[in-house]
Write a protein that binds this ligand. Structure first.
Ligand code: HEM
Length: 402
């Protein structure tokens, strides 16, 4: 029998949940072999909630050295050497050193409270901008991407006119077919640009995340800081924009839940968590077994690849009853959409803040917001570890002032 292939060919046909094939696997064969042609590897696919947590929660048995999405990308072979500053592919103490430096720059509640007014201003300005435009508009391209670009740009002190530079790198990085050489060429301009920013901030510190990392990271090389700041810029804008567009689509398809959100601002944090559970991290995280071991009774050999399917875990009915239903009041404390264990998303508090401000503002200020085309005519991203609607055409009745 031929092995299932990742990504599954028609994932776009299931806009809000894992492919039915994944659901069936979780039920009958929690571990199964899959082929990942872009990376040229085979892997164990892990779909059950407890098994996914076991793999991601034990970095002594399961290494991140292949890169979280190395199974999907031609540009970063999972067996390539881990180089200086490649924090997302490190384990143990080497990795913890980076996490300690990320935390004060983008991870604390205090920092999020400080930047909340900035995020609200950016969202309000983006909605004001829409008010002057003919509609339908593409909410992904004309709202979600500008918002997340501006937030991460301001947080790291990248001036508005220079932000295209990290878009270009993200486009190359999140395209499964980008070659190794193309990716090297695409990240070089960003690395050079960020190196210049670091040199400037060393001479003249400001209050942005780069200055914080320089101040606290005296033992970090410039290359390490360049890779950290570039990781935040690239990782920070695209995944969040995709989830904003995807979450808005899910809410527009569930009028009763949307009404609940509109009428009860206290539901916003629950709505954020539910959108992340339902739609977050659809493509799975790659790990490499460090030692001979087993998961769910299946022997795993040292060197085997495993793909932990976060979205499959988040749709495990044993954990989340009726998992395909958008339920803003659901208990989501155990959802895994931002990952689990040592590599849990460093930007999760920022992503939560952005989603909260967007969901709390968009439907309040834009009355009658609705799809401009039937859902089956919405194109979904393909060939990318980042999923969601590629274009989200919407229209409305009226935009109210902030
Ligand atoms: C809703 C949007 C987002 C989702 C669904 C998401 C999801 C994830 C997931 C699942 C991981 C775990 C990777 C692994 O297990 O190997 C991760 C890691 C990471 N995320 Fe996010 N993320 C989002 C937004 C952001 C933002 C806004 C930033 C930056 C400010 C960011 C920066 C990172 C970084 C740097 C890592 C690597 C952490 C490490 O390897 O230690 N993410 N993200």
């Amino acid at each position: 029998m031929s092995l299932p292939v990742l990504p599954l060919p028609d994932e776009a046909s299931c806009p809000f949940g894992p492919h039915p094939e994944i659901d069936a696997l979780r039920e009958h064969r929690p571990l199964t072999r899959v082929r990942c042609p872009a990376a040229g590897i085979e892997a164990w696919l892990v779909t059950d909630y407890a098994d996914v947590r076991e793999v991601l929660g034990d970095s002594r048995r399961f290494s991140s050295s292949g890169g979280a999405t190395g199974h999907l990308l031609a540009s970063t072979p999972p067996d390539s050497p881990v180089e200086e500053g490649d924090f997302a592919r490190m384990d143990g103490a080497d990795h913890v050193r980076f996490r300690h430096l990320f935390a004060p720059a983008v991870g604390t509640a205090k920092r999020m409270a400080e930047i909340r007014p900035m995020v609200q201003r950016i969202v309000d300005e983006a909605i004001d901008e829409l008010a002057g435009q003919a509609h339908p508009i593409d909410l992904h391209e004309q709202f979600a991407k500008p918002v997340t670009t501006a937030v991460i740009g301001e947080l790291l002190g990248v001036p508005a006119g220079d932000r295209k530079i990290f878009h270009r790198t993200a486009e190359a990085q999140f395209d499964n077919e980008t070659t190794i050489d193309e990716f090297s060429a695409a990240k070089q301009p960003l690395f050079e640009y960020v190196q210049d920013l670091i040199t400037q901030r060393r001479a003249e510190p400001a209050d942005d995340a780069i200055s914080i990392m320089i101040e606290r990271g005296a033992d970090f090389s410039d290359l390490e800081l360049v890779k950290m700041a570039s990781g935040l810029l690239v990782g920070g804008y695209d995944a969040t924009a995709a989830l904003i567009a995807h979450g808005v689509l899910a809410l527009l398809e569930e009028p009763a839940q949307l009404a609940l959100l509109r009428e009860n601002p206290d539901v916003v944090p629950g709505a954020v968590e539910e959108v992340v559970r339902l739609l977050g991290a659809t493509t799975g995280m790659l790990r490499i077994a460090v030692t001979d071991t087993e998961i769910a009774g299946t022997p795993i050999a040292a060197g085997d690849y495993l793909v932990a399917m976060l979205q499959a875990a988040n749709h495990d009915p044993a954990q989340f009853p009726d998992p395909g239903r958008l339920d803003l009041r659901r208990d989501n404390r155990r959802q895994l959409g931002f990952g689990f264990g040592a590599h849990l998303c460093v930007g999760r508090q920022l992503a939560r803040l952005e989603l909260a401000v967007v969901l709390g503002t968009l439907f309040r200020r834009i009355s009658g917001l609705r799809l401009a085309v039937p859902i089956d005519r919405i194109p979904f991203k393909r060939n990318s570890p980042i999923t969601g609607p590629d274009r989200l055409l919407v229209t409305w009745d009226e935009i109210r002032p902030a």
